[in-house]
Design a protein around this ligand. Sequence first.
Ligand code: SF4
Ligand code: SF4
Length: 182
Amino acid sequence: MDFDRRNGLWIKSHGSEKFYYGVDLVELFLDLLSLKPLEIIAAVYSDIQWVKANVANHPETGVSGLIVETEMEEFECVQCGNCCLNLSDAYQTSVPDSDVKRWENENRTDILEWVDTFVGLNDIWISPKTGKSVSRCPWLRKLPKKEKHACRIHDTKPEHCRNFPKSKRHALENGCKGYPAN
Ligand code: SF4
Ligand code: SF4
């Protein structure tokens, strides 16, 4: 967000020029897009999200909208471990209070000792021995004699781990092997 606030674009339109910060550009783009026909909105959505999007009418009300095929049903985790090994924002990040509360309720002191809460942020995973960020998730385990990995805290892993991948694009962009490329 800090990057978005400091950077932007000068846009010249109808003879006047205005600087739009990154956050305002998103609003501007959405406003401009909302004035376009639904077919164009569907095409833009499809290009951005790498999924099929088509215009359709609601079967009962007849209101026009978009039908988006998320294709998430094609996703199946093959336990390659890529997300846990290579995405540092999987294990060098902050987690919401809800994760911390759940670990407290479950009495998971083994997990909580890897969390450093400071000025409202719950940073993970911080080594209780060194007080520093880890370079590999401490809960990742390679299965013996298999090219597979498992999470040792799978049942209560952080929300962001449970939500990976958020979309087909998210998976394909991050080398997730559980999502077939078209
Ligand atoms: S907590 Fe589990 S799912 Fe999350 S990065 Fe570590 S091993 Fe992967
Ligand atoms: S990268 Fe995708 S397939 Fe591999 S472990 Fe992560 S979620 Fe599963």
